[in-house]
Design a protein around this ligand. Structure first.
Ligand SMILES: NC(=O)c1ccc[n+]([C@@H]2O[C@H](COP(=O)([O-])OP(=O)(O)OC[C@H]3O[C@@H](n4cnc5c(N)ncnc54)[C@H](OP(=O)(O)O)[C@@H]3O)[C@@H](O)[C@H]2O)c1
Length: 317
């Protein structure tokens, strides 16, 4: 055991959001010989071969000369890859767990159905004590655009399609998803937006996607369209989105992510009745199921192989 621990070395954990105990238990169930230590209790930084982190402090990695792998504790790597203190040549992996994709697909489906079934209209009518009948539209009359068709977006698009909605997908490279009309490249974005009744953002935050949904682009949405953002707040000009919701050009929104989080108490978005706000929880990393993928990567690295699901820092995702 001591020999194997020596072989696998130590994994150091840092996150202010995630439950260390749950991750330690899940990782050690997969790799009993891996030493899993919280960064606050780390005594021998030279033994650390793996770092599993969510927003660690500046200079975190510098004390670990034998680091071999950085595991981003989540699907979105924007906060990590934009740092200037990353050690050169150390692979970064992220969590890609089917259960995490399912959790996200569930949220997206909920948001799409909320808009497709005019729930914001009924919620407001209820507050007024009004029986405000609005005849339901059938799903095939409603077009849903899922922007970003990665691990999370592809499953969400398939779930939306399974409900009978006309489903459009958009990504950087051309994708093929059964039943989904797939588009790729910036030159097709406005065409996709112009056809959609419900737009769902599932893109990573990169230098190419930051601010992509500025006022001009948001104005290309169909009048009355619904807007769902489960990706990152910085993809969108939030002031422009707010103004377009207030004017009614954008009919309703379900927002899980914001330019500033927590969303400040005086932000005008809180007061717009047709907006649903959730505090960045559309999907979270699940220790019991994600540990398998992380353990497999640790074993690969321990054997001198390349890990899977490596992030390309140049590409930003
Ligand atoms: N709200 C939450 O709770 C929560 C939880 C987890 C993740 N997230 C967010 O969800 C994002 C997506 O996650 P994921 O795992 O699905 O990511 P992913 O597997 O890396 O997929 C990203 C998708 O976006 C596309 N894309 C990237 N840059 C693009 C560009 N410039 N133009 C067009 N398409 C572009 C990619 O195109 P290609 O297919 O051509 O590569 C791919 O389809 C994460 O980055 C994170 O920010 C949010």
């Amino acid at each position: 055991m001591a020999q194997q621990q020596q072989r696998l070395g130590t994994l150091v954990f840092y996150s202010d959001f995630d439950d260390f105990g749950a991750w330690q238990k899940a990782l050690q169930a997969q790799l009993p010989d891996l030493k899993v230590v919280h960064s606050s209790a780390l005594e021998r930084p030279e033994d650390v071969h793996y770092a599993m982190v969510w927003k660690p402090p500046e200079g975190f990695f510098q004390q670990m000369p034998n680091l071999r792998l950085i595991v981003n504790l989540g699907a979105g790597v924007d906060a990590l890859v934009s740092r200037s203190d990353l050690p050169a040549g150390i692979p970064i992996t992220r969590i890609t767990d089917p259960n995490m994709s399912r959790m996200m697909a569930g949220y997206v489906l909920f948001a799409v159905l909320r808009h497709a079934r005019d729930i914001p209209h009924f919620e407001q009518a209820q507050r007024r004590g009004e029986w405000a009948y609005r005849h339901p539209r059938s799903p095939e009359e409603i077009a849903v655009a899922v922007l970003g068709l990665g691990h999370l977006g592809a499953m969400a698009a398939s779930e939306v399609q399974r409900q009978g909605f006309r489903t459009l997908g958009w990504s950087r490279s051309q994708r093929l998803i059964e039943g989904v009309e797939c588009f790729s490249g910036i030159e097709t974005l406005d065409t996709v937006l112009g056809q959609a009744d419900i737009v769902v953002l599932m893109l990573p935050l990169t230098p190419h996607t930051k601010g992509l949904f500025d006022r001009a682009r948001l104005e290309r949405l169909r009048p009355g369209a619904a807007f769902v953002n489960v990706a990152r707040g910085a993809l969108v000009d939030q002031a422009a989105l707010t103004a377009l919701l207030q004017s009614g050009h954008i009919g309703s929104a379900t927002l899980d992510v914001f330019e500033r989080e927590p969303l400040p108490a005086d932000d005008p978005l809180w007061g717009i009745p047709q907006v649903l706000i959730t505090p960045h929880l559309a999907s979270v990393a699940i220790p019991s199921s994600s540990a398998r993928q992380i353990a497999a990567n640790i074993l690969r690295v321990a054997e001198g192989e390349e890990p899977m699901d490596v992030v390309d820092p140049g590409r930003g995702y």
